[in-house]
Write a protein that binds this ligand. Structure first.
Ligand code: GRG
Length: 336
């Protein structure tokens, strides 16, 4: 029997490494850094992408490799970081990084450090959001939350470490260094006090959100900014020109808001086993949400409108953005 708390995703069958187009970060000093562990991706097959499993496996592999060894890291902290980072999430943000890079003619290999970085920041934000001082949740991605497994103090530190690791990956792995610095600045802005953290602060502040405009503004920062930043990072690693970067940011802002509206709808209408977290919490806490403010039907129409606008922005990209269009449809239809 395995003794590690990570046993829930360990799978002993070795799977060969993806092809050589995708080198980073599999080799350290010329050697594979660890025995490849294949994290299950079958539950994600609802993604409307050709080769969805292949995209996701590459992301899982890179996330695993990027955190396989952290020199000096105590074992319990390492396990807590990997428990949350490698748990069965949808990987929407890293996928957006890679698809944006593809839409701009870039390579997956060059975009992968940024894909890992956004998922690290996202995992940190989920750990901290679940803490007793914030949303006080016991279930995330269908499993006990990080603080329920590792304790509150270690969960806080695991979040801190993942946030820091995100910038380390960008700084070390994005080339050339000027582009790495630019990517750090993009991610810092999206994750910082004006966007993700600021949006979260507003969300927990009593009476900060009263109108639909307040709600859209708060969620644009809390949810939308990281989604838009994912697209910007993918575009930048592909060397896209400023109009293309801005078009993808625009797509991301609309998609991010639609994603949040669907999140609110899932809280009302979703299936807890599929969504993997406690539902009906918003209503119980009297939170301002899209369905609470404008009703279920109007919320769905608003999400559909945002997705249509997001897809319209992709017009200049032609067929190279077909996966991004498909992903926008998935955001509307998702059940988790
Ligand atoms: C603690 C700074 C800080 C921020 C927390 C992420 C977040 C901000 C709160 C999570 C609460 C929440 C339900 C937000 C709505 C949208 C959202 C970010 C959902 C979670 O993202 P998914 O659905 O999760 O992409 P997976 O698990 O699939 O990665």
């Amino acid at each position: 029997m395995k003794s590690s708390r990570l046993e829930c995703f360990a799978n002993d069958s070795a799977v060969s490494a993806p092809d050589s187009r995708f080198a980073w970060p599999f080799f350290v000093d010329g050697n594979p850094p660890y025995n490849f562990v294949h994290f299950p991706v079958t539950s994600q097959s609802a993604l409307p992408l050709p080769d969805a499993e292949d995209w996701l496996r590459r992301i899982e592999y890179a996330l695993d490799a990027a955190t396989a060894r952290v020199v000096g890291c105590p074992q319990a902290l390492h396990e807590a970081m990997r428990y949350s980072l490698l748990g069965p999430g949808k990987r929407l943000r890293p996928l957006l990084v890679l698809l944006a890079a593809r839409a701009c003619g870039g390579s997956i290999e060059a975009a992968m450090p940024a894909a890992c970085a956004v998922e690290m920041v996202h995992a940190y934000s989920l750990i901290h959001d679940d803490l007793p001082a914030m949303d006080n949740d016991d279930l995330r991605r269908g499993r006990p939350t990080c603080h329920k497994v590792f304790g509150e103090a270690l969960a806080i530190l695991a979040g801190d470490a993942l946030l820091t690791a995100a910038f380390q990956v960008l700084a070390n792995e994005v080339r050339p260094p000027a582009l790495a610095a630019e990517c750090c600045a993009v991610l810092a802005e999206a994750a910082g006090a004006g966007q993700l953290v600021g949006g979260q602060a507003e969300d927990i502040e009593a009476n900060a959100v009263n109108t639909i405009d307040d709600l859209e503004s708060m969620h644009s920062r809390k949810t939308g900014a990281m989604i838009a930043a994912s697209l910007v990072l993918g575009a930048k690693t592909a060397g896209a020109d400023p109009p293309r970067v801005e078009a993808l940011a625009n797509y991301g802002r609309r998609l991010g808001l639609a994603f949040q509206i669907v999140d609110d709808l899932l809280d009302v209408q979703g299936n807890e086993a599929a969504v993997g977290k406690r539902l009906q919490k918003d209503a119980r806490q009297g939170k301002r949400t899209f369905p609470a403010l404008i009703g279920v039907e109007a919320s769905r129409r608003r999400a559909e409108q945002l997705v249509a606008e997001a897809c319209a922005v992709l017009e200049p990209f032609g067929s190279s953005a077909r996966e991004l269009r498909a992903l926008a449809g998935y955001v509307l239809e998702r059940n988790r």
